[in-house]
Design a protein around this ligand. Structure first.
Ligand code: IPE
Ligand code: IPE
Ligand code: MG
Length: 232
């Protein structure tokens, strides 16, 4: 695939994939059908991301607070993730995508942590896109763990490395689908200066066009990082 010439450093986009349940419910379908449809969106968005100037894409798949959902829905989500790994890893490897998973691994169903480690190992060499999946993830827990591990004289950079775990850069843009306008414990440290984009589009209906629209909106923003805009 021919990639457009990049005129800017590759961006880190965080995606809060929301609205699967409502998408299904409004169609009279069980919520898990919405999650199944959402897996297709993950595929489409991961494919489209490098062409949009995205170098790192962090997808919020399951928050630590999502354990509060009914056991059957949780089992459905975990099953879908297992299936995604089984089916997609070879494609990701071929496409030059490095996959890593952030969040806790000690509470996952049997065998899933091993499947994740295998997927990470198989895709380690990918440089075209770093695809991160946030699973049993809580930004507050990540910050708390970093605080516990950090030396008293740790610099901001040292601390950032501890928080992100895998050296991912700061987040440039957070996109949330399905109309909610909140962060729900996602990448709180890394998003200190992230631009925010909220779209009413439900995650199963999100795709290349919606991603492109979000990126166009992002490029129209003036980022200042506390300073003043460059003189015209
Ligand atoms: C996003 O969709 C997927 C997860 C949070 C796991 P939801 O399941 O939150 O869908 P809504 O918000 O109930 O519609
Ligand atoms: C946030 O969505 C978590 C994920 C997208 C995985 P939720 O749907 O769980 O968030 P709240 O409960 O509406 O804030
Ligand atoms: Mg939701």
């Amino acid at each position: 695939m021919q990639e457009p010439e990049l005129r800017e450093p590759r961006l880190h986009v965080g995606l809060i994939m929301d609205g699967n349940g409502r998408w299904a419910t409004t169609r009279g379908l069980p919520r898990v059908v919405g999650h199944e449809a959402g897996v297709g969106t993950v595929r489409r968005v991961a494919r489209a991301a490098p062409g949009q100037g995205i170098g790192t894409l962090t997808l919020y798949a399951f928050s630590s607070d999502n354990w509060r959902r009914p056991a059957a829905e949780v089992a459905g989500l975990m099953g879908l993730l297992r299936l995604y790994l089984a089916r997609e890893v070879e494609v990701l490897r071929r496409d030059g995508v490095r996959l890593t998973v952030i969040g806790r691994r000690d509470r996952l169903p049997d065998g899933l942590a091993e499947a994740i480690a295998a997927a990470e190992a198989a895709t380690r060499a990918g440089t075209r896109l770093h695809l991160r999946i946030a699973l049993d993830y809580s930004a507050r827990d990540a910050i708390l763990a970093a605080a516990r591990a950090a030396a008293p004289d740790a610099t901001r950079e040292d601390f950032a490395r501890l928080v992100t775990g895998d050296g991912a850069p700061e987040v440039d843009l957070v996109i949330r689908t399905s109309g909610e306008q909140r962060l729900s414990d996602f990448l709180l440290w890394e998003s200190a200066y992230a631009e925010l984009h909220f779209t009413p589009c439900a995650w199963p209906d999100f795709g290349e066009a919606e991603l492109a629209a979000a990126m166009t909106a992002f490029r129209s923003r003036q980022r200042r990082f506390g300073g003043l805009p460059a003189a015209a």
